[in-house]
Design a binder for this molecule. Structure first.
Ligand SMILES: Cc1cc2nc3c(=O)[nH]c(=O)nc-3n(C[C@H](O)[C@H](O)[C@H](O)COP(=O)(O)OP(=O)(O)OC[C@H]3O[C@@H](n4cnc5c(N)ncnc54)[C@H](O)[C@@H]3O)c2cc1C
Length: 395
């Protein structure tokens, strides 16, 4: 085992951190939209282009299509560094280049990749991923949206909800049922869907507890006709493709949690050093310093789990259990970290004068999106029973 970062990884993290300070920090409050009354901040479209031009959309993609092929561990470094400054901007980036981009990278033809990837990776097009529906959340196999072949076009009907980047997206990785006569595991397929297609509409953007700079949308598809060649990968293999995509998605989401947790701990360290009560800095009280100790430990454990899972994914090793464990742990513990850091900051932590209040709200998403904590526990128990040689049925 080797726990040291390579020089290239250290240099890459420095570049990502410099970019975050130079380009994201100055617009972070604008993205959060503190002046907006309705819980909608500002979607950072221009910033996404800057991220793309600087190469921060490229890690999961081949050089041939504008990528750099560095892999998921590098993607995690970006998620940590950008997530530490603007969680909403980071999720918008991650969804476009990784969550939209991964099914295309893994299952797309050369022509499909050449058509969409260079523009996505440059931040010129925005991508999104469409899985969740009004009646389909954790149980993705219950999907209702259909894609039926009619001559040379697929006709798509249905609804998708909670789609990050939804109203801003130019193109979706869209999951739909192509054979309603069999179970979704054998009758789901993936499509590249352009939102300029007639019949597509944005029903609404959700007002949310946190992540105000994201656009999370309800989308409708009414007899949308797309060309036959927009099928991504093999017909009726969509469920398998989705499961492969989700392992990587979960690791990257957990990595963003690391950034949020780190930023809050750094703020708590600084505050507890400077804030004096009863004649001494509050860090000199065990009630404060032990909170720092506990949260630093949680963060480090989260880092180890996320980075290990990413390394396994980069080696193309099975990582469903590690991805689910990393997501469960990092995404749950970041909520506790943010909560404790608000406590350390006292009244200041509860006000909007401190970003910790915002990160506490933002962090709450992480144990819901990309699979809830309950579903992570289900997956982990299934894998653990199965690895121990027991039937995983019912686990
Ligand atoms: C801000 C935001 C952004 C999102 N972005 C996207 C996106 O870009 N694309 C996309 O497709 N989706 C997206 N989602 C959807 C997200 O993945 C789902 O919300 C999530 O998978 C849970 O589905 P659900 O909300 O329908 O909850 P449900 O599945 O209805 O679950 C409700 C509750 O029941 C629990 N539950 C369900 N089944 C079980 C079980 N078997 N055992 C124990 N407990 C269970 C859940 O854990 C949860 O606590 C987003 C969601 C949010 C909030």
């Amino acid at each position: 085992m080797d726990f040291d970062w390579t020089n290239d990884q250290i240099e890459f993290r420095k570049m990502a951190r410099d970019f975050a300070e130079r380009e994201i920090r100055p617009v972070a409050a604008w993205i959060e939209g503190r002046d907006q009354p309705n819980g909608l901040g500002n979607f950072p479209r221009e910033l996404l282009q800057k991220m793309g031009k600087a190469g921060f959309m490229s890690c999961l993609h081949d050089k041939e299509f504008g990528g750099n092929g560095k892999g998921l561990l590098y993607e995690c470094i970006i998620a940590e560094e950008f997530g530490a400054v603007s969680p909403a901007a980071e999720l918008a980036r991650l969804v476009s280049c990784a969550l939209f981009g991964m099914p295309l990278a893994m299952f797309g033809t050369k022509e499909q990749k050449a058509e969409f990837l260079p523009k996505i990776l440059a931040g010129e097009l925005i991508g999104a991923i469409g899985i969740t529906e009004p009646n389909v959340g954790s149980d993705t196999a219950g999907m209702k949206t259909t894609a039926i072949l009619d001559g040379d076009t697929w006709v798509i009907n249905g609804e998708k909800r909670f789609i990050t980047n939804g109203s801003q997206a130019d193109v979706l990785s869209l999951f739909a049922i192509t054979d309603p006569t069999v179970k979704a595991h054998k009758g789901m397929s993936t499509f590249l869907f352009e939102t300029k297609t007639p019949g597509f509409s944005v029903v609404k953007n959700y007002e949310m507890h946190g992540m105000h700079g994201m656009r999370v949308s309800h989308l409708a598809f009414n007899n949308c006709r797309i060309p036959r060649h927009r099928l991504l990968g093999q017909l009726n293999q969509g469920f398998k493709q989705l499961m492969m995509e989700l392992d990587k998605e979960r690791i990257a989401l957990a990595a963003e949690s690391l950034g949020m947790g780190r930023a809050c701990i750094e703020a708590a360290l600084k505050f507890s050093q400077e804030r004096v009560q009863f004649g001494k800095p509050i860090k000199d009280f065990e009630g404060i310093s032990f909170k720092i100790a506990e949260n630093a430990t949680l963060l480090e454990a989260s880092q180890l789990m996320v980075h290990r899972a990413a390394c396994k994914a980069d080696k193309n090793l099975p990582c469903t259990k590690e991805a689910a464990m990393a997501k469960l742990f990092a995404c749950d513990e970041v909520i506790r970290i943010c909560d404790d850091c608000i406590q350390i900051l006292g009244g200041t932590g509860y006000t909007c004068d401190s970003f910790v209040e915002q990160f506490y709200r933002d962090a709450r998403l992480m144990s819901i999106g990309g699979g809830t904590r309950e579903i992570m526990k289900y997956l982990i128990s299934r894998e653990v029973y199965s690895q121990a040689g027991y039937s995983s049925k019912g686990a």
